[in-house]
Design a protein around this ligand. Sequence first.
Ligand SMILES: [Fe+2]
Length: 194
Amino acid sequence: MTIVKYSLEDFVAEMESLLQGQPDQQKLFDAGSNYLSRLIGNPNAIPAAFRVPSGKGRRANHGSYLLHQGASGLQVTAVVWGPGDHAGPHDHHTWGMIGVWDNALTETRFRRLDDRKLQDYAKLEQNRTALVKPGEISLLIPEVDEIHQMDNYTDRPTVEIHVYGHDLRGLDRCTYSLETGKISPFVTRKYDNC
Ligand SMILES: [Fe+2]
């Protein structure tokens, strides 16, 4: 008997259909994380070429590969963190779901303690740190719980599937300095989740 696995095409179709219904946040994350959970449970969900760091450029130890970009804004990428790879505190300005497909990643979340009245300053407090593992999903909720840092402390690449409600290319986002509190705006030309 052939077992048909839940594919990227299945996931995209169900997510686009879900978004067409303009779900509230609870419904979006409930249904969406159920779909993503099925996708990252498929050992063939990601093409082999998208499971390795890029090996070139400024972040040779990192990889981000576009799997889907919908007119709705839905963006699905495969993101690879090589051993020792790191992304400092940053935000997303869109909802997101991140599922670990292989290996593990340390994700640290931060909470803003300031009143957000200053444009270039934020006081951050470390909220929680977790070692996220295959099958686990973390959610990004704009302005509520979306500032995080990522580290691969293991000795092999970690592969994730990232899902966003907006194309990250050209989206105004920010990085945060824990030392000085400085907020630095940035825009990426690629679907870079930094
Ligand atoms: Fe991120």
